[in-house]
Design a protein around this ligand. Structure first.
Ligand code: OGA
Ligand code: MN
Length: 308
C-alpha cells in the first residue's frame, strides 16, 4: 500500500497518511514507513486509532521494543510492559503534584536525546497522545543531521573523535531537581561519541543534548562551554519543527538523528496523557531490563522517603 508523505520542512520532518496502522502491515508497506522515517527523522501521524496493544504491535516494525523501567513499589499505569509513561497523571488519572516528579517532567522540557545516558542507545520513540490539554502542548524536534552538515569545517575538525559523558540526573539537576555534582558522580553515566554515524541514512549527526555532562579529556568548564555551543547550534529556529497533538495523534522521532523537548504548558492545571514506546538501536544486544537497572542504580538521596 503506497503511503502519503508530506514534508513539514525542507530537510526534516514529514506527516504520513494513507495507511491504517492499527492493522498488521505487509512487508512492502513496513519498508516504506521505515524508509520515510530514516529520511525525514521525525514523522507525524494524525488520528491513528491506536490503543495500547496496537501501539506496541505497530512499534515492532522498527525493531526491538524496549521494556519500560519498573519502579519499586509503584504499579505501572498500563498492562503493556513496553509503554513508558510520559504523562503528568497518576494511576487514577489525577494530575501529579509531587514537586520531585514535576522536576523530572520539567527536565523533559530541556532539549535532549532519549537514553543518551544509557550504553544501549535508543533509536525511534513512538509517542502517542491519549489526552491533550486545551492549550498548546507540542513536542519540538531539532534536526541534528542538518545541523552537523552545516557546521563550519573548523568545528567539524575540532569535534571529530570527541566523546561526551551523559547522565540522566544531570539534566534533571539543570531543571531544578535538588541534587549535586558529587551525587551525580555516584550515578550511572554513558560515554557517547559527539558525532554519531546515523547508519540508516549514511549521514552524521550531533549527539549531545542536556544529558551531556562533560567532554571526555576536557576540563569541565571548557567541555560544558562546547556542549552548550553545539546544543545552541542544533536548536536554532532553522532546524526546529514542532507538532501538537489531539488524542490519537502520534509522533515518531529517531533519537539517533534528532533532539527533542516537550513544549511548555501549565502542567499543574491540565492533564496530558502521553505514552511512548522505545526502539533499541539496531544490532545491539543487552538485557531486557536495563532501564529498570539504570534507574535503580541512580540513587536519589534527595528524594523524599514517600517516593518509590
Ligand atoms: C519523551 C518526551 C516529549 C513530550 O517522551 O521522551 O520527551 O512532548 N516527550 O511529551
Ligand atoms: Mn524525551
Amino acid at each position: 500500500m503506497p503511503i502519503t508523505v508530506t514534508p513539514l520542512s525542507e530537510r526534516f520532518g514529514a506527516e504520513i497518511s494513507g495507511v491504517d496502522i492499527t492493522q498488521p502491515l505487509d512487508e512492502a508497506t513496513q519498508a516504506e514507513i521505515r524508509a520515510a522515517q530514516d529520511k525525514w527523522g521525525v514523522t507525524f501521524w494524525r488520528n491513528t486509532g491506536l490503543d495500547d496493544a496496537s501501539h506496541v504491535a505497530f512499534s515492532r516494525i522498527f525493531g526491538k521494543v524496549e521494556l519500560a523501567p519498573v519502579h519499586k513499589g509503584k504499579a505501572p499505569r498500563f498492562s503493556e510492559p513496553e509503554l513508558f509513561d510520559a504523562s503528568n497523571v497518576d494511576a487514577e488519572g489525577k494530575i501529579i503534584d509531587n514537586p520531585m516528579r514535576r522536576f523530572i517532567n520539567a527536565g523533559n522540557r530541556l532539549w535532549h536525546i532519549d537514553s543518551s545516558y544509557m550504553d544501549v542507545r535508543s533509536a525511534q520513540a513512538l509517542l502517542l497522545c491519549h489526552s491533550s490539554p486545551p492549550v498548546k502542548a507540542p513536542t519540538q524536534f531539532a534536526d541534528a543531521r542538518s545541523a552537523y552538515d552545516d557546521l563550519p569545517q573548523a568545528m567539524k575538525d575540532r569535534i571529530d573523535g570527541l566523546q561526551a559523558r551523559h547522565c540522566y540526573f544531570y539534566s534533571r539537576m539543570k531543571a531544578g531537581y535538588p541534587t549535586t555534582e558529587e551525587e551525580l558522580d555516584t550515578m550511572p553515566h554513558a560515554t557517547q561519541p559527539v558525532v554519531l554515524d546515523h547508519v540508516a541514512s549514511v549521514r552524521k549527526s550531533l549527539y549531545l543534548g542536556n544529558h551531556a555532562r562533560d567532554i571526555v579529556g576536557m576540563d569541565r568548564e571548557e567541555g560544558r562551554a562546547l556542549i552548550e555551543e553545539l546544543n545552541d547550534w542544533v536548536t536554532q529556529d532553522r532546524y526546529v519543527i514542532e507538532v501538537d497533538y489531539q488524542p490519537g495523534d502520534m509522533s515518531i522521532w529517531d533519537n539517533l538523528c534528532c533532539y527533542h523537548r516537550a513544549g511548555d504548558f501549565d502542567d499543574t492545571a491540565y492533564a496530558r496523557d502521553m505514552r511512548r514506546t522505545t526502539i533499541r538501536e539496531a544490532g545491539v544486544e543487552a538485557a531486557d531490563d536495563h532501564f529498570t537497572t539504570m534507574f535503580a542504580a541512580s540513587k536519589r538521596k534527595a528524594e523524599p522517603a514517600t517516593q518509590e
